[in-house]
Write a protein that binds this ligand. Sequence first.
Ligand code: ZN
Length: 343
Amino acid sequence: MGVFNLALLGKQAWRLMQHQKSLLGKVMVAKYFKHSAFLESSLGFAGSYSWTSIWSSKPLFQEGLIWRVGKGDQINIWDDAWVADELGSKIVSKKIANVEKVKDLIDLDSGEWKHDFISENFCDRDVKCILSIPLSMRLPCDEQIWAFSKDGRYSVKIAYFLGKSCNLDNFHKAWVIIWGLNVTPKIRRFLWRVGIGTLPVREYLVYSHMSTDKVCPCCSTEAETMRHAFLDCPTVKDLWTEVGCEKLIWSAGITFADFLVEWKERFSSIIHVGAILLWKIWNRRNDIVFNSVEVSHCTVIERTKALSTDIAAYAEKIYGGIGALLFPLVLRYGNRLLMMLLR
Ligand SMILES: [Zn+2]
């Protein structure tokens, strides 16, 4: 089945999970997963065409699902997706006998994590992930959200992108890396749009039927694709070398998520400069389109360098030497904050 169809069917799966009391939900529950949750349901034999179709979208749909911790009584500590960092969304520590649900880790009187118990029984990575999840004193119900969209709901567009780009592992990592980057929230939001392919370059506008003009507004010679706008356009080509980021130029044919992971692994010391340069190139392009002003190369370079120095100095001032310790917390809160920022 095509990726687009699967992405569309994911919407049905999402509805089914959210609204089991709807007519479709009741029928499906009664027929196919009376004794288990939808996510654990098996395909079974002789399923209807709609059930088989919805069921087949599960892997794509499930990719972005994560629990938002409330009371913790619905979340299985060991099997469910409920933490998040570059290692993924599941706990990696060894199981503890008779401790099964996330609620077992919460002090219900104070509404706080059982710090001592968690520190003694989980590995460092899990301890950091768990303790960085904020709890509400009200202890609301646990909720399953779709982590990759701005409002926590399933998005066909993003699911399509996920399915299309295929390397889901890198997509997840890229999402975490973007939040961990030492740049402003505005730039993170911008990078996210680059990542999910919704930045309004002209090719995207034509694809979305919002324009018929594909030509790059800066050089007027080629179609403005994402790659053209940031790398291949003759008006920006030299910028990468001039800010010392020539190593970050990525080869054609790979996605933003893939190259971001490579940046992080190989060139983490200059990754934030690369991110700021992308942002400044985008601003320069918008100045041409909307203000008919062409900002010079020198200015773009100066602004990129100045902003990266300012941000580094600010981070040093705020985090000082404990930046590395805070990083996992930033990663954890990032999932939620990123969603808030995108709202
Ligand atoms: Zn161009």
